[in-house]
Design a protein around this ligand. Structure first.
Ligand code: BV8
Length: 254
């Protein structure tokens, strides 16, 4: 795949790079996206499930077991998935360019909850929408990531009560209608305000406030580059590389 020399130069000469990723970065690992594009082999999640029922606080309160079981199913799907070239290229970029003579600073922000960036070698990941592998009590916020009352949470088919307060234990992901983790959002805003290159990779840019970060970066003079086989036609994008994340990032990172 050819990338315009002008875009390559922008990437290589940038001093502070902020990367925002979405579900498309995990697509080449075989993970279903939320709103698939035409060539995607896997059915997208929102074409099969109602996000308001499965990924909203109201949906959980209405039917906790239905939501818990959907996340248990997603975790079982994700367990067989490995990081792909996109995750590895980003991790290498964070590692090498931060230390290299180019002295580039690379910050990674993700909307994904699958943990594949970390599995691909990224040490610093700003997780805007939480992490599917963690759980906490809805009421007292106590964290539960292993056994509860001697039974591994992974085996649980139904929502269980928090031993601390009797509340409901839920996945530690951000649902629709919920605020994003404060520190993660502050770090993401700061990285968008201070970058000279903002790379939006594998996201349909439809979910806020994450989708607003590119405009934040643009407002302070950054160049915005999108990597997506299906350009989002977002008005803030300066350049779109219409390709798959794994392929494009491997080229950019050479
Ligand atoms: C909040 C849970 C306030 C985790 C998710 C009206 C207007 C604007 C905003 C709103 C509105 N009404 C309501 C809102 C707010 C709402 C929102 O944005 N709604 C949208 C739908 C309009 N946002 C919220 O509710 C947020 N909270 O605003 O709180 C608040 C403040 C204070 C106090 C209380 C409340 C919370 C948003 C988080 C919701 N959680 N998921 C989980 O289970 O995973 S959303 C879900 O969408 C995921 O988190 C996902 O990350 C996110 C974004 O999706 P994408 O990652 O972009 O994935 P998608 O499938 O859409 O796109 C994939 C792209 O990849 C495609 O473009 C495809 O072409 C491309 N692709 C495919 N293959 C590849 C590829 N790209 C590269 N390579 C490939 N190989």
């Amino acid at each position: 795949m050819d990338i315009e020399p002008e875009v390559l130069a922008l990437v290589q000469h940038a001093k502070r790079v902020t990367i925002l990723t979405g579900a498309g970065v995990s697509a080449e690992s075989g993970v279903a996206t939320f709103r698939s594009y035409k060539e995607e082999t896997k059915e997208s999640l929102w074409s099969q499930y109602d996000p308001q029922k499965m990924a909203s606080i109201d949906g959980f309160l209405e039917n906790p077991n239905r939501v818990w079981q959907w996340y248990q199913w997603r975790r079982s799907e994700l367990k067989t998935k490995k990081p792909n070239e996109a995750h590895k290229a980003i991790a290498k970029w964070q590692e090498s360019k931060t230390l290299s003579s180019k002295n580039q600073n690379v910050t990674l922000i993700t909307q994904n909850v699958d943990g594949l960036h970390q599995a691909g070698g990224s040490k610093d990941v700003i997780e805007l929408h939480g992490n599917i592998w963690r759980n906490h009590c809805l009421q007292c916020l106590a964290e539960y990531n292993g056994e509860v009352d001697g039974v591994d949470l992974e085996e649980r088919e139904e929502v269980i009560e928090c031993p601390e307060c009797g509340g409901q234990i839920r996945p530690s992901v951000v649902w629709f209608g919920e605020a994003l983790p404060e520190q993660a959002w502050r770090d993401a805003e700061s990285a968008s305000y201070s970058c000279d290159l903002f790379l939006s990779v594998g996201t349909s840019s439809q979910v806020y406030p994450a989708a607003g970060l590119a405009a934040l970066a643009k407002s302070q003079g950054a160049t915005v580059i999108e990597i997506n086989p299906e350009p989002t036609k977002s008005s803030v994008v300066d350049y779109c590389i219409a390709g798959k994340a794994g392929e494009v990032l491997s080229i950019l990172n050479t």
